[in-house]
Ligand binder design. Structure first.
Ligand SMILES: Cc1cc2nc3c(=O)[nH]c(=O)nc-3n(C[C@H](O)[C@H](O)[C@H](O)COP(=O)(O)OP(=O)(O)OC[C@H]3O[C@@H](n4cnc5c(N)ncnc54)[C@H](O)[C@@H]3O)c2cc1C
Length: 466
């Protein structure tokens, strides 16, 4: 068995990941001798066996873990943040976009409306037509839903830092992951691991092929896009929430940065009367957007966040003067990172024509919403199918992907990246992972009709739209 790191940069990643485990704890402790006695040897935390490991407790990972657990699998859900939730909690993504409204995403939305609804409780709908929820609402309900599943063991504050793999035939078979826990390493093993990290870092560590940036139009016969490939990904956005702190304060009408850089959803669609009427005084801002050259690099991402916050200074001052306080998302909103190349690459043409491949395991619908790229407006949206093959990375076994990292072109990704679609994909991945693991077969040996029948039973395809 070996730790397998991304082929493209094998030495670099291997050095870093092995070093974490191999460096003597005394070297990591610094000069304070008192800290010596608190630093245990590596091996403090025993290796553990599960049926399924899900890395990333976000929009795609939580449904994956829940469905795998409900199918009878023992599941490890691994999250690098100290809390679960992913984008709605740490990037302040406030709404569930996309269609169809089914499965666990719809259950969540109904719970959110019931327990944490904002604005018009009668209709359950914001006057602009969207349902917004506070990050804490997602955190509370997602935590509760994970807790309800006795088959899930949750690891928080524990990044996956390596992947265990064995070479078999012409493929690497992923056997588990290494996590970093409290200054120590711990190994977790399972027959199937799911990469639901939003960044695809687990698949990259496993040496899977991945796509980053824009393909050339001709690469996948895309209807729109660039003539030559480039490294551009969608703009990142620093989300924030403003909240009335002075009695009777009215949101500043006309509050806006330069139109291209700053928009705020909700408030800019409301007239004076509605702004005055609002009891909650809570506004969600799709704030400053910026280009980040390499969204796989956390240092570039955090530098971009600091730049955004600096650019916000005057706008925050304006809101504050009007009687509003500000909540800033802890993480910069990164829309696009690695897309893990799978047995099928879903294309924008598939999305636009509403293709349902035979191995469709999740339904999706949303327009091509590629921030930073001009696309024709008014192109009709259709329901389309996400094939199981898009969840299965090439040349690798024992690994599936869930959420926005699945295999698709950049333009196709700009559609299925939204929450309802990512959640549907997560359910499919978790159900498939449990099926393969409990039957001790490879993820490629699953019979799609059997998987689809189970997903149908779970209510993943029948819209219960309200
Ligand atoms: C600014 C912005 C606004 C958006 N607005 C909307 C919107 O209004 N409506 C909508 O439906 N969608 C919106 N989206 C898109 C949507 O929120 C995301 O695409 C979707 O939530 C992604 O889900 P995911 O599960 O793939 O990733 P995430 O929800 O980001 O979850 C990934 C999780 O993996 C964890 N992780 C990463 N690396 C590791 C590691 N090595 N070890 C352990 N854990 C790890 C992360 O901490 C995170 O919790 C928006 C996105 C952005 C950025």
């Amino acid at each position: 068995m070996r730790i397998s790191m991304g082929r493209r940069s094998f030495l670099k990643k291997a050095t870093v990941a092995v070093a974490v485990g191999a460096v003597s704890p005394t070297l990591l402790m610094g000069k304070d001798s008192k800290s010596k006695k608190t630093s245990a040897k590596n091996g403090k935390y025993p290796s553990l066996e599960f049926d399924v490991i899900v890395v990333g407790a976000g929009t795609g990972g939580i449904p994956a873990a829940i469905r795998a657990a409900q199918a009878g699998a023992k599941v490890a859900l691994v999250e690098e943040d100290m809390q679960v939730g992913g984008a709605p909690v740490d990037m302040f993504v406030p709404t569930l976009f996309g269609r169809p409204k089914v499965g666990l995403a719809l259950d969540l939305e109904e719970e959110l409306l019931r327990d944490h609804g904002l604005y018009n409780w009668d209709s359950g709908t914001d006057p602009v037509g969207w349902r917004f929820f506070l990050p804490a609402a997602y955190l509370q309900l997602l935590s509760r839903n994970i807790r309800a599943e006795k088959n899930i063991t949750l690891f928080t504050g524990t990044p996956a830092i390596g992947v265990w793999a064995e070479h078999k035939g012409n493929r690497d078979v992923v056997k588990g992951i290494r996590i970093f826990r409290n200054g120590e390493i711990q190994d977790l093993y399972a027959k199937v691991t799911i990469d639901a990290t939003g960044t695809g870092v687990v698949a990259a560590m496993a040496g899977c092929e991945y796509m980053y940036g824009s393909e050339a139009k001709s690469d996948f016969n895309e209807p729109y896009g660039f003539d030559t490939a480039n490294n551009k990904v969608q703009l990142c956005t620093q989300m924030f929430i403003s909240q009335r702190i002075k009695k009777d304060a009215i949101f500043p009408i006309g509050f806006k940065g330069s139109a291209a850089e700053d928009g705020y959803i909700g408030a800019n669609r409301l007239g004076k009367e509605e702004l005055e009427r609002r009891a909650t005084g809570i506004f969600f801002h799709w704030g400053q957007s910026v280009e980040v050259e390499d969204t796989t690099d956390p240092i570039q991402v955090s530098e971009a966040q600091r730049n955004c916050l600096e650019m916000y200074k005057d706008r925050f001052a304006q809101l504050h003067a009007a009687g509003f306080g500000i909540h800033i998302a802890p993480r910069l909103g990164v829309r696009e990172c690695r897309r893990i190349k799978g047995e099928y690459v879903l294309t924008a043409s598939n999305v636009l024509e509403g293709l349902f491949p035979d191995d469709t395991v999740a339904h999706a619908q949303y327009y091509l919403d590629c921030w930073g790229m001009e696309l024709p407006k008014g192109v009709p949206e259709k329901l389309y199918g996400i094939p199981y093959r898009s969840l299965v990375p090439t040349n690798t076994d024992g690994l599936l992907t869930a959420g926005r990292v699945i295999s698709g072109t950049r333009l196709a990704h700009s559609s299925y990246r939204v929450q309802r679609c990512c959640s549907n994909i997560g359910e499919a991945a978790g159900t498939a992972a449990a099926m393969a693991s409990l039957a001790s077969t490879g993820v490629r040996d699953i019979e799609p009709p059997k998987l689809i029948a189970q997903l149908e039973t779970n209510g993943l395809f029948s819209a219960r739209e309200k």
